[in-house]
Design a protein around this ligand. Structure first.
Ligand SMILES: [Zn+2]
Length: 141
């Protein structure tokens, strides 16, 4: 257990905060929500007024975030996104359809002038880099 948390940690503060988050909330969306709050960002969750109902958005600041499971949304190059070998055709079609739907959502949101960020579930295993990415893209926007 100690080696696991050491591998994931980038700073002691981030590590402690993420440990706390894991205790309190387990859903990936909640982890991202807590991270956004800790960055001082304001947002709405599950925004039905926008195409594709982004998991998080701030229309005034012009951004939207989807938190995607690697398997169902077909994260390319990710172990968790690898498709089963049995029923390969079925899975290929299903995941390809999901990817196409995701791409349409992103296009519609960009058409409204929003910055669209996809957070993959596997990124939550390394909260430090994810937090830096979100800070870089969103803070001061
Ligand atoms: Zn992934």
């Amino acid at each position: 257990m100690a080696s696991v948390s050491r591998r994931m940690a980038t700073t002691p503060e981030t590590s402690a905060r993420m440990k706390k988050i894991r205790r309190e909330r387990t859903e990936p969306e909640n982890v991202v929500g807590t991270m956004l709050t800790s960055l001082g960002l304001r947002f709405r969750r599950c925004v039905r007024g926008l195409p594709g109902t982004p998991d998080f958005a701030n229309r005034t600041r012009g951004w939207a975030i989807f938190v995607n499971g690697c398997f169902w949304h077909g994260h390319i190059g990710c172990r968790a996104g690898r498709l089963p070998k049995t029923n390969a055709e079925f899975w290929n079609e299903k995941i390809a359809a999901n990817r196409a739907r995701d791409a349409t959502k992103r296009r519609l949101l960009r058409g409204r002038g929003l910055l669209v960020i996809t957070v993959w579930q596997c990124e939550l295993r390394r909260p430090g880099p994810l937090e830096r990415k979100l800070r870089r893209l969103l803070c001061g926007r």
